[in-house]
Ligand binder design. Structure first.
Ligand code: GDP
Ligand code: MN
Length: 380
């Protein structure tokens, strides 16, 4: 049992080391805001809105875009729709007696998944900048101004924003988003960030390239490809949006596992970028490899090994370890951990990434997922 105990402690230390390194880097750099040389500008913008059966919320979404602090004459809305419900009719009706913004409605014959739909929408976008926004999200009125100010920096070709308020009141998601915002701010100051968020991602139209039609991490993939081609891809916390999320363990898994799987697959597909492409390939990608691919397995192994070691040393009393983890999860999903809630949020993400890597190996995924109607209620 001695060796088992040593192995457990070694594993915990090993798992934690890169995180401590990143924490040290954060303390050293103390990054705040966007690293871009921001400057006000008003380029023409195409707002890409993908929709699949969003009849209950799409009108509200369009009203939200109308409330953006931006000249409507400079805006075009590109809706790419694959619905079986009344979504396209509602969209057409909304624009019937409006001169601006203008509407470009792409109606798909059948649902092929989000990535191919986005590829078509980006090809149809005719303005200087493209903003992609999910139907189930609320974007702050000044977000677009903040975004184009980032793109005024010649080095910057893509920018995403922060989930400033989690609708539905999930503390699990809030805790995770706060940590993620810090990580992404640091990544941006080092070079570029990896993850781009569905509710708001902006790209220079010239920089857009097609993404893998099977992609389950569409916004992140586009940003990564743009970084590959030399443009910086940044996270700016001044770009704010709201998105709904669950706290309940099971409800969280569906969406988080799929998103995790998309990210893991993307990292593996673009593994050649590790070690190249400046600090993006030398620091940002390796850190994300650790967080998304390596550390979930190390944690799982540690848990099993630790339990075996504890039971061998302490007998049945050793079962307190797995029971403690279970209690941690139960309290965490109930948003009842107080100051430790963010720690649970990280653990929750590791669970999804672990499950996602298994689903990926088993080939157990599909790019036409069931849109979460529970979450849509927050926008109705
Ligand atoms: P999640 O936030 O990752 O759970 O993804 P959602 O289910 O909320 O989808 C994100 C956005 O893409 C929403 O605006 C959906 O309506 C839209 N969407 C999802 N699947 C498709 C699709 O197959 N085709 C099109 N055109 N849009 C889709
Ligand atoms: Mn969504």
């Amino acid at each position: 049992m001695e060796p088992l105990l040593v192995a457990t402690v070694t594993l915990i230390t090993l798992t934690a080391l890169p995180y401590l390194g990143f924490l040290g880097l954060y303390a050293w750099i103390r990054p705040t805001g966007s690293p871009a040389a921001k400057a006000p500008q008003e380029p023409s913008v195409s707002v890409v809105l993908p929709t699949y059966n969003e009849a209950s919320i799409v009108a509200g979404k369009l009203e939200g875009i109308d409330a953006w602090d931006y000249p409507a004459e400079n805006l075009e809305i590109v809706v790419v729709d694959s619905s079986e419900d009344a979504t396209p009719d509602i969209v057409r009706e909304y624009f019937e007696d409006r001169d601006s913004p203008t509407l470009e409605l792409i109606e798909e014959e059948e649902r092929r998944g989000l990535a191919p739909a986005l590829n078509d929408a980006y090809a149809a976008a005719s303005n200087d900048v493209v903003v992609k926004t999910d139907c189930d999200s609320e974007v702050a009125p000044d977000a677009l101004r903040e975004a184009v100010a980032n793109l005024a920096d010649d080095d910057v070709a893509a920018v995403t924003g922060r989930n400033a308020e989690v609708l539905g009141g999930s503390d699990v998601e809030t805790g995770y988003r706060d940590i993620q915002a810090r990580v992404q701010t640091l990544e941006s100051h080092l070079d570029s960030t990896l993850i781009f968020h569905g509710p708001f991602s902006a790209f220079e139209t010239d920089a857009i390239v097609p993404i893998d039609p099977d992609s389950l991490a569409d916004d992140t993939e586009l940003a990564l490809r743009i970084r590959r081609n030399g443009g910086r891809a940044l996270f700016d916390p001044a770009i704010r949006y709201k998105e709904a999320a669950h706290s309940a363990f099971r409800k969280r898994r569906t969406q988080k596992d799929r998103r995790g799987l998309g990210l893991i697959r993307l990292l593996i597909q673009h593994r050649d970028m590790v070690g190249a492409y400046g600090r993006y390939g030398r620091v940002v990608l390796p850190f994300n490899w650790w967080f998304m691919i390596v550390s979930p397995w190390l944690l799982a192994t540690t848990l099993v090994l630790g339990t075996v070691a504890a039971v061998l040393t302490l007998g049945l009393t050793g079962l307190v370890l797995p029971l403690a983890v279970l209690a941690f999860v139960l309290a965490g999903t109930r948003d009842a951990l107080g100051p430790f809630q963010p720690l649970y949020a990280l653990f929750d993400t590791q669970i999804s990434l672990f499950r996602a890597s298994i689903e990926l190996v088993r080939g157990d995924y599909d790019n036409t997922w069931e849109v979460d109607t529970d979450l849509r209620e927050a926008y109705e």
